[in-house]
Design a protein around this ligand. Sequence first.
Ligand code: CAA
Length: 445
Amino acid sequence: MTSVGIDAVELWTGNLKLDLAETFAVEKGKDPAYFTEGLGLRASSFPDSYEDIVTMGANAAKRLMDRKGLEPEDIGRIDVATESSFDNSKPLSTYIAGCLEQVYDGDFHHANKGERKFACIAGTQSVDDAYNWIRAGRNRGRKAIVVATDTALYERDDSGEATQGAGAVALLIDEDPDLVELSTEQGYGSADETDFLKPQQQFPSVDGKRSVQVYLARMREALEDYESVAGDVRLADFAYAPYHTPYPGMVRKAAALAYRHVTRDTEVEDELAETIGRQPRRETFDDDSAYQDAVREYMDALKDTDQYKSWYAATVEPTLSISRDVGNWYTASVHVARIAALKDAYDDDRDLAGENLLVASYGSGAQAEIHGETVQDGWREEVAALNVDEQLESRYDLSWSEYEEVHDRHNHEKDTELEEFTAPSGEFVFDGWGRMGERKYTYVE
Ligand code: CAA
């Protein structure tokens, strides 16, 4: 069977940042540890006044095409995943293709374009669509570009304000990929939920506490479904587990529950039983609340064991390193976590070829999806070409009042002009409105 997967990936962060401990916490009179330890975040990325979901997506896609030496005719499909779209009809992929056509010879007139929506999981769904298109043999030898791009902004003073972020990831999906091959096995956990939604509005209505519970419930369903097709997940089989990361604290909760699930009735549980006892089983309790208390007690003890801590430190913690400095990128977030994992192996000079990732995506509303990926021989060269650290370091550090102006600038209800904080260079920029209210873009050398 043809191997299909992610051939290359690129990331583009918004050019501004807000330091959460130094700026947000001080302004709000909050303990900085709430951000850095509780949520697990140091900073959020924001778009400068000339940036938006199109510029960030087009910039990531251009880096991808340049690096892989691609021309428009090599691309048969461009899908954009976002939950920040500004048009209910014209898809962002047409805007992004229009940007790219300004800088390449040729055009994307024969590429199929679309826009995918299912909250944060739409990026992974677009990768699926591209995978299926190639597997079905409809690609005529061409490749697909998937762009996941979002400005994850919340209403001012919303509980989600600390988890904001803005950026894009572009992925090249192809046969015989250089980076990772995708498993055919997938597990889903999907239900009609109202935890986080945007009914015809820019900023989300969020039931934050419930959204956390829904994330965990759907992830558990997806894991069980994945195991029903791929067999039991064994800890030793996966080098990293990149999760959708609305904030690292969310993943910390999900990872502990996943560990309990996959170690049940295994030698790991037997070994742990010597120090913390066996996992509580529902059938040995008279009622749910006694069982839930016992589970909570077990989880607290589990998180303190050497076995759990060393698994978490090796398999999950490295996937959070970029997210800690950029915040939530919604559709791009799980793809940022994958980049962080691969970068960790690269920085450690580890040979990852042939090893597996367990990738866990999630979108509010709600759906989780879990699949496996196998790292390919070309991964080291791909990761070496990324400039993530340089991008993060060169962001402009906003003061609180500047942050307020930037939030207003990107609020669709407000018509706020704002002088840019950074000078665009070698990137697409927003440069005004067209005659039908469309957004216009240009490339700045
Ligand atoms: N020092 C250290 N830790 C502290 C602390 C301090 N001073 N103060 C609080 N904490 C800890 C808390 O104990 C808590 O830890 P645990 O999670 O381990 O219990 C953590 O900091 C967070 O504290 P709260 O739960 O009190 O935080 P909150 O209620 O203010 O906000 C939130 C959390 C509700 C998730 C909020 O950030 C939010 O609404 N976010 C938007 C929605 C979201 O991201 N949901 C995630 C699941 S949905 C999803 O994944 C889709 C998506 O992308 C949006």
